[in-house]
Design a protein around this ligand. Structure first.
Ligand code: ADP
Length: 504
């Protein structure tokens, strides 16, 4: 009964503490009287088998001396024997047992000793050794009792060690969060703020100091960010958004769900990117205006010339030449500016799009040109086609560019087919023609800016060489991909794939 009581008390005491050094001292303080010993030592190993913590019998040793003493008993002494045999033992008389390595003069007189391993999951995690000045002090009952206590102690030691590891990891994480230039926030699933790093406090100051369960609305003085969090919580879908700050900076926030925690927001300062973007927009706007105005003047004056009086045939031909050149240049400027805008991500309004509608709109637009060349148009459109998220104007532009090309590079009387179907998490659209085809060599360059195939068949066909570059830019901006399959003299298939969306 009293042993059970003792074991219970020891387990209660040890497990109520998580401080490893205190636990080791407690183990000694509790076990020494339990077997009426004089003193004792304890050592704990880390995962690699090195001694991580210890209390020695000889007091007042320096770290270096304690280390040497430990090495000695572990390599040829009693503790080493216990680790190797994985069981406890008694040294009845230290004078006649070579496992006992006597202390130098400064150590206590030892007549007998008892030592047990601290075992966790079949692993020796430590050794407890107790001593007495008289030989034959310890008996096998005490060995059994001490073994039981050691097992209890091992649990407490393991807990404390794990706690220390967690604490160290936490400290590391804290340091990373504190030093991070990115703004980092963590909330629980309902929007209670769990963590804001210093950068976050700086960006969204004005909020109340954090305490457990502080609501998002109280911790952050930025409605856009709060709304973004709420949207994420409502839909369960990760979110991304630009968050402007009152000091003029812009953060790009990414919100991701974390299982059993809630939501983590990481925000990067993209102010310099915004500035660059603005510069590019300003440039495109200025160039566009500065090039277009004089062109418009040329066009207007050329149109007025015939009205100034009768012109001979050659003069009329020259005016027509001017008009055609103006149109070519105007198309080139439009394409160039378009490409610049698409690459800069300007003027993109993302909506949920029904691609079949966009295809039909593009078909209506290009029908005239097809009819003029007696080209028959066919469609193979799967219904219903899944939705995609994108800019409808730009996606329609993709379709018109591909259809225009198919009609342009297909001789009279040919056939153009538009097919659309759903694939694996994407929709696939293809424009097939029975046209002149493209050689394998040229196919490799077909999506590059200003690339035009030079051949007798393409001679006389107008174009800027930017149409397919625009197609590729738009599709890639939408997270999709483009491709071409073609055979000279047989025809070409231009295709693209766009990721399917479940909503915005
Ligand atoms: P362009 O304004 O010259 O049509 P694109 O970028 O649209 O510019 O196309 C680049 C080149 O690719 C074209 O000049 C043409 O040689 C070739 N090409 C594009 N589409 C087709 C097609 N359907 N069939 C054959 N050649 C094509």
């Amino acid at each position: 009964m009293s042993e059970t009581r003792l074991l219970y008390d020891i387990s209660q005491k040890l497990n109520s503490d998580l401080d490893l050094d205190r636990i080791l001292a407690d183990i000694l303080a509790l076990t020494v009287p339990s077997v009426d010993a004089q003193d004792g030592s304890i050592m704990i190993f880390d995962d690699t088998g090195q001694v991580a913590h210890q209390i020695t019998i000889r007091k007042g040793l320096s770290g270096q001396q304690a280390q040497e003493e430990t090495d000695r008993v572990l390599s040829g002494g009693l503790a080493g024997w216990v680790v190797a045999q994985r069981r406890g033992t008694i040294v009845n008389d230290t004078r006649h047992d070579e496992r006992w390595l006597p202390f130098p003069d400064d150590g206590p007189q030892v007549g007998s000793a008892i030592a047990v391993p601290l075992m966790r999951r079949d692993k020796v995690v430590g050794v407890l050794t107790l001593i007495h000045p008289q030989p034959h002090h310890f008996d096998v009952d005490q060995l059994a009792l001490l073994s039981s206590i050691a097992n209890q102690a091992a649990v407490a030691v393991e807990n404390a060690r794990l706690f220390r590891v967690v604490q160290e990891e936490r400290a590391k994480l804290q340091a990373v969060l504190n030093e991070a230039a990115d703004v980092i926030m963590v909330t629980d699933e309902k929007g209670g703020v769990l963590l804001m790093n210093p950068a976050a406090r700086l960006a969204f100051r004005g909020g109340a100091p954090l305490s457990a369960g502080t609501r998002l609305e109280d911790a952050v003085d930025n409605k856009k960010l709060v709304d973004l969090f709420r949207q994420a919580m409502k839909t369960g879908i990760p979110q991304e958004k630009e968050i402007p700050l009152p000091d003029g900076r812009t953060l790009f926030a990414t919100l991701t769900p974390v299982r059993d925690v809630g939501w983590v927001a990481v925000m990067q300062d993209i102010t310099y990117l915004k500035t660059l973007d603005q510069m590019k927009s300003d440039f495109v706007a200025t160039v566009s205006h500065d090039l277009r105005s004089p062109l418009q003047m040329i066009y207007t004056y050329a149109g007025l010339l015939p009205e100034m009086g009768p012109m001979n045939e050659m003069q009329l031909e020259f005016v027509e030449g001017i008009n055609q050149s103006v149109e070519k240049m105007s198309a080139l400027i439009t394409d160039l500016l378009d490409l610049a805008k698409i690459e800069a991500g300007m003027e993109m309004t993302v909506k949920v799009c029904q691609v079949d509608n966009l295809i039909r709109a593009a078909l209506t637009e290009t029908l005239q040109k097809a009819m003029a060349k007696s080209i028959s148009i066919h469609t193979e459109i799967e219904a219903p086609l899944p939705l995609v998220a994108g800019d409808p104007t730009r996606l329609e532009q993709v379709m018109t560019n591909l259809l225009d090309n198919a009609i342009k590079y297909t001789p009279n009387g040919g056939r153009v087919t538009v097919a659309a179907r759903s694939g694996d998490r994407e929709i696939i659209v293809e424009v097939r023609d029975t046209g002149i085809g493209i050689s394998a060599e040229d196919q490799a360059h077909i999506f590059e800016k200003f690339f035009r195939v030079k051949s007798p068949q393409t001679e006389g066909i107008e174009g800027t060489g930017l149409g397919l570059a625009i197609v590729r830019s738009i599709i890639e901006r939408h997270g999709g991909r483009v491709w071409v399959h073609s055979r000279l003299g047989v025809g070409s298939t231009f295709g693209f794939a766009l990721p399917i969306t479940s909503g915005l």
